[in-house]
Ligand binder design. Structure first.
Ligand code: WQD
Length: 333
């Protein structure tokens, strides 16, 4: 088996490459380096620099490397940006996937693992419960729409052409396997809180009047190393699955953590003592999104090993590597 890992130079993709190769799988990275970093690709793993919209390069890559499976992580992932630039998101995430699948079918690729997102659920009406894979999908942003459309495209292609496929719905990803693998973007809660603390400012809590125990939004945070392991388990399962098999799986911990709990724990783990300041709600935020992780446990025997403290500790080590002033400032305080 040789797996083409699109987006393998990105934050999550690089963790998947690392986990797959450590598990003995052969990997080839395909990345346009728009946000990916070539240095994240380990020695010995080929890196093909190109776009998923380039069907010819994909066809050549499949043939040259004898690709038998794809883990497709390449894509645009900023919810707010997708509202501003829907055409760009549909082109990269949906048309890019269509081109990839067309080349995959022509090239005889047998397995596809697709990187989806909890954003397909939108505002899940679970009333304090857990989101299962059967919870209705009503995405609230073009980003979430492109992920749901991607799932449909992957499933339909698998059924029509006899590929085995899986869509993995990531919940809130955080953490790093090592400092050099950390997320370099500042678009999610954990890095946004790190940034405020580094500036000596108060972290922001977007609303504390939600119908949750402490009034702040509740999410299911999952360590990127656990996410990567879930890909290994999925890839192995698909490799021996019947043609046309399709799995849709949540990747979460099944444990809700509030924004307030996160800001408190981040203060503690990073040695700060800067209470968060409550600001207005951010439009479109659901009060609570927590996975049921039962199906993936049942199907693949996978469950998360790392807790929120591990995520924050490892993410902070990566943050300090990129922002050395973060630790110096704290030492002076
Ligand atoms: C988490 C909570 C914020 C920053 C989105 C996508 C999802 C996935 C991850 C892509 C929310 C609150 C945040 C801050 C805050 N996307 N917050 N202060 O919105 O749950 O999920 O990103 O790959 O598909 O939908 O993640 O990290 O932005 O926010 O209070 O400074 O933290 O309001 O409740 P979200 P997030």
């Amino acid at each position: 088996m040789t797996w083409l890992i699109t987006g393998g130079a990105g934050y999550i993709g690089a963790h998947v490459v690392r986990a797959m190769t450590e598990a003995g799988e052969r990997a080839v990275v395909y990345d346009d380096l728009s946000t990916g970093i070539a240095g994240r690709v380990p020695d010995g793993v080929p890196l093909v620099v190109g776009s998923v919209l380039d069907g010819e390069l994909l066809a050549r890559t499949f043939a040259e490397h004898g690709v038998t499976g794809i883990v497709h992580l390449a894509g645009k992932k900023r919810v707010g940006e997708s509202v501003e630039r829907p055409l760009h998101y549909y082109r990269e995430n949906v048309e890019g996937l269509r081109v990839l699948l067309e080349a995959a079918v022509a090239g005889g690729v047998a397995h596809v693992v697709f990187s989806s997102s909890a954003s397909v659920y939108g505002m899940p009406a679970t009333e304090g419960g857990l989101v299962t894979e059967d919870t209705p999908c009503l995405p609230m942003s073009p980003y979430g729409e492109t992920k749901l459309a991607g799932e449909w495209l992957v499933r339909a292609t698998g059924r029509a052409h006899g590929l085995s496929t899986a869509s993995l719905r990531y919940f809130n990803v955080a953490g790093a396997a090592a400092p050099e693998f950390a997320d370099t973007g500042v678009f999610n809660l954990v890095p946004m809180v790190f940034e405020k603390l580094t500036e000596g400012a108060a972290p922001r809590v977007f609303g504390d009047d939600y119908p949750t125990p402490d009034g702040t939004c509740v999410r299911d945070y999952i360590h990127v190393v656990d996410i990567a392991e879930a890909h290994v388990a999925t890839a192995r399962r698909l490799a021996s699955a019947a043609p046309g098999t399709d799995l849709t799986l949540n990747i979460g911990r099944g444990e809700g953590v509030s924004v307030r709990e996160m800001t408190d724990l981040i203060n503690e783990v990073t040695g700060h003592d800067t209470p968060a300041e409550v600001t207005a709600r951010r439009p479109g935020d659901p009060a609570r999104v927590v996975a049921s992780a039962d199906r993936i446990a049942h199907e693949l025997g996978w469950s998360a090993k790392h807790d929120v403290r591990d995520m924050i500790t490892s993410a902070w080590a990566g943050w300090v590597r990129l922002h050395p002033e973060a630790d110096r400032g704290r030492a002076r305080a």
